[in-house]
Design a protein around this ligand. Structure first.
Ligand code: GLN
Length: 486
């Protein structure tokens, strides 16, 4: 395998120099070699993926071209891929087999992409480190004593370790951007509604978005182009303006681009090493004629509280379906009663973080507390969104850190949920506001990668990718790969 870049593989496949089958077989070899250490993968169905690859090769030979035809892709295990187990990283779904394809998965397969594996994650996508998976903690390929970031830990590790050029994760409050920053990948959280949520297991429905992960923005655009747009099965879905520019992404002309730097995101909490990288990255934009302007997002201090009130409220409702009746695990009750069976199943099947959120959310939504917490959080969410709206009067895009630091060691934050939640301080505000944002490699601090986040106004996803592509045409950070041995 020459490179981990989807664009290079795309060209190789179209020219007949590569076959999808050979790429898929090589991916399985790599998974066999490395995944005993990295724990990124939860399930594969090799015969099925090989059959899909052969079909893609046949389509290529017959002259068909699509942006993803023949490209291997890895799916976070909260996305339905019909016929494969789907666990969401939870014991409560052990034994559950997806009966249908998520819309994004169906669109990828129709366009000829080849899913090759289901990827590890924090249980039900709740977490920032990958450590809350009920099965195993995925490892950071740059330093296996450190977390890869979460919750799309396995999807991002799979790309960073070169299993596949593309992966899908989900981002409720930062779950593709944070691991991308920790593992040196590029990941997009689209404008809320651009990617259908049908078949993505709901965590917090007003925040959840599917997010593609790749080595470069141009590669992301390939997968994004075939997935984006209205889906009758998701009433919040909508079409993406400029989608036709994705298949052959051009770099944005940075001359005169106003890049807003939110004052609140560059404060004391930021690790100095990360700050240095960001300054260097911003100089790259400036060298092309971009103008840096400071902007204010004054309600930033309320974002984490707002997010965890709304997210847990929605979690408490969405996860009520895991009751031992309909899906996966069932713990029989001693007395034979239904309430006891449900309680025992949920007690045995759900992990501590999931239980913590269900309890918190149930509290927020309960009579007497609803106005004080849930309603107040909704109002704060509107103010946070209004901050961004005002900032975009002064800037075309915003740039910021993805996280205050680089990947942390295992166990560093598991005893202190608040400090885990704070890893997302720069990623939850955009999720609350429904804005497109991406994380891309900005360099290394102490041998560990860190990303820069770009944020755009709603529906500017294509332009954001073009801006990232311009940066990546001028830098090489995203091409650095970890040294891995079996
Ligand atoms: N880390 C955040 C949380 O635990 C975000 C998770 C996500 O985006 N899925 O809620």
């Amino acid at each position: 395998m020459a490179s981990g870049k989807a664009m290079d593989w795309r060209e190789g496949l179209d020219a007949g120099d590569l076959s999808s089958e050979s790429l898929v077989l090589a991916a399985f070899d790599r998974i066999r070699d490395l995944d005993g250490t990295l724990h990124a993968i939860l399930a594969v169905d090799e015969p099925r993926s090989i059959a899909l690859a052969r079909e893609a090769d046949r389509r290529i030979r017959s002259g068909e071209r699509t942006p993803v035809l023949g490209l291997p892709i890895i799916l976070k295990d909260n996305l339905h891929w019909s016929g494969l187990p789907m666990t969401c990283g939870s014991r409560v779904l052990e034994g559950y087999v997806a009966p249908y394809d998520a819309t994004v998965v169906r669109r990828l397969i129709q366009a000829g992409a080849v899913p090759i594996a289901k990827a590890n994650l924090d249980e039900f996508a709740m977490g920032s480190s990958g450590e809350y998976s009920a099965f195993a903690s995925a490892r950071n390929p740059w330093d296996t004593s450190r977390v890869p970031g979460g919750s799309s830990s396995g999807s991002v590790v799979a790309v960073a370790a070169g299993y596949a050029p593309l992966a899908l994760g989900s981002d409720t409050g930062g779950s593709v951007r944070l691991p991308a920053s920790f593992c040196n990948a590029t990941a997009l959280r689209p404008t809320y509604g651009i990617l259908s949520r049908y078949g993505l297991t709901a965590m917090a429905s007003s925040l959840d978005q599917v997010g593609p992960i790749a080595t470069t923005a141009a590669d992301l655009a390939l997968a994004f182009s075939v997935m984006a747009g209205v889906d009758p099965l998701d009433s919040t879905s909508m079409d993406l303006p400029g989608v036709e520019r994705l298949a052959n992404l051009r770099p944005l002309d940075l001359n005169g681009l106003r890049i807003g730097l939110p004052r609140e995101y560059f404060g004391d909490g930021l690790e100095p090493g990360v700050r240095t990288l960001l300054d260097a990255a911003l100089q790259v934009f400036e060298s092309q004629g971009a103008k840096l302007v400071e902007v204010d997002l004054p309600h930033t201090p309320y974002a984490i509280d707002t997010y965890y009130l709304l997210c847990t409220s929605e979690v408490s409702s969405n996860l009520s379906r895991f009751d031992g009746v309909r899906y996966g695990l069932r713990e029989p009750s001693a007395e034979g009663g239904l309430p006891e069976m449900i309680a025992r199943t949920r007690d045995a099947g759900l992990g501590d973080e999931v239980k913590r959120r269900i309890l918190l959310g149930t509290f927020c939504l309960s009579k007497g507390y609803y106005d004080a917490f849930y309603m107040k959080a909704l109002k704060a969410r509107a103010l946070i969104a209004a901050d961004f709206h005002a900032a975009f009067a002064e800037a075309d895009i915003l740039a910021s850190p993805v996280s205050p630091g680089t990947a942390f060691p295992f166990g560093d934050k598991t005893d202190d949920p608040m400090s885990m939640y704070l890893a997302d301080v720069f990623t939850v505000p955009t999720a609350l506001a429904g804005l497109p944002c991406l994380s891309m490699p900005a360099g290394f601090s102490g041998g560990l990668p860190a990303g820069i986040q770009l944020i755009g106004p709603a529906l500017s996803d294509v332009r954001l990718l073009e801006a990232a592509h311009a940066f990546q045409s001028l830098t090489r950070h995203h091409l650095e790969t970890p040294t891995l041995s079996a």
